[in-house]
Design a protein around this ligand. Structure first.
Ligand code: C2E
Ligand code: MG
Ligand code: MG
Ligand code: MG
Length: 281
């Protein structure tokens, strides 16, 4: 699959615009089939408590196993789906798969919050919240086990209707995480009005915070603000012990990143949880 996804990467970025366009159009038309044929699957990346090193939840991350192209990254196919009518079907599919997996873990005595990424367009679908409720009920999973991640940009796109959908989600007991925090265009006043439950500090700040004073200050400020406003704060993209130490010293309660785990298949998560492995903290 490696060779195939490399080929895809060079195709998308190096060929002429026309070829790229045709290629994208083809992938877009393959999406519907991909969902039907179950070519879309989920990996799960743990969220870790920085004090205990224990896993407290997971984020579902989509992959597309294309019959010809091999495994395609969401960075490539999500923007294509977002331009099509399939985005609603796609997100419902991902949410249902994630909820079914969470239920399966529960039956193995593994209780975790499962986070799913959504697209801004999903919030414009008037049936979205009801559909989530229906899926939760169908699989007998408590709404408190589900978290929805979306970026600031997503929330800016259509402020009032977006806000209504988010409030509705919180009303049914689903929590809301702001993804890639600090990279969007929203104001602090807008963010505070939204009353999100979780703030995820974008990886770009965490990456070089130990050598870049500006990014260190930004990470510090987001952690302090979150702690003051009672937002649960998660640092994204933690890759080293040094970064983890810095985050702990700043009072960051949760973290995610390759230092702990890459996104993993569900059975690997079960194994990790069964052994109750805590990470060196
Ligand atoms: P995201 O939600 O911000 O997810 C984090 C991304 O960073 C994931 O990439 C993850 O594998 C990667 N990552 C995690 N830890 C580290 C680290 O320590 N270092 C580095 N370099 N990377 C790390 P992935 O899985 O390729 O997903 C990319 C983006 O695609 C996600 O960013 C999310 O915006 C989007 N996405 C993924 N799955 C879905 C989905 O089901 N629906 C929607 N709408 N978007 C999705
Ligand atoms: Mg995310
Ligand atoms: Mg993110
Ligand atoms: Mg992102």
């Amino acid at each position: 699959h490696q060779a195939k996804s490399n080929r895809l990467g060079s195709y998308v970025y190096n060929e002429t615009l026309g070829a790229t366009y045709l290629y994208e159009a083809k992938l877009r038309s393959d999406i519907s089939e991909a969902i039907k044929q179950e070519q879309i699957f989920l990996l799960y990346q743990p969220k870790v408590d920085t004090q205990t090193g224990k896993i407290i939840g997971v984020e579902a991350l989509a992959r597309w196993e294309h019959p010809i192209e091999g495994i395609i990254s969401p960075i490539h196919f999500i923007p294509l789906i977002e331009k099509s009518v399939h985005i609603h079907k796609f997100t419902r599919y991902v949410i249902e798969k994630a909820i079914m997996q969470a239920k399966q873990w529960q039956l193995q005595d593994i209780d975790m919050v499962i986070a799913v990424n959504i697209s801004p367009y999903n919030l414009l679908d008037i049936n979205f919240v009801q559909d989530i409720q229906t899926i939760l009920t169908r699989h007998n999973l408590s709404s408190s086990s589900l978290e929805i991640e979306l970026t600031e940009t997503a929330m800016m796109s259509n402020i009032s209707s977006t806000k209504l959908s988010l409030i509705e989600l919180q009303k049914i007991g689903v929590s809301i995480a702001i993804d890639d925090f600090g990279t969007g265009l929203s104001s602090l006043s807008y963010i505070s009005q939204l009353n999100a439950d979780v703030i995820k500090i974008d990886r770009s700040f965490v990456m070089d915070m130990n050598t870049n004073k500006h990014n260190f200050a930004i990470v510090e400020a987001i952690i302090h603000l979150s702690n003051r406003l009672n937002w649960t704060v998660v640092a994204e993209g933690v890759e080293s012990q040094e970064q983890l130490n810095t985050l702990k010293s700043l009072g960051c309660p949760y973290a995610q990143g390759y230092y702990f785990n890459r996104p993993l298949p569900a059975d690997k998560i079960s194994t990790l949880m069964a052994d109750n492995i805590a990470y060196p903290v």
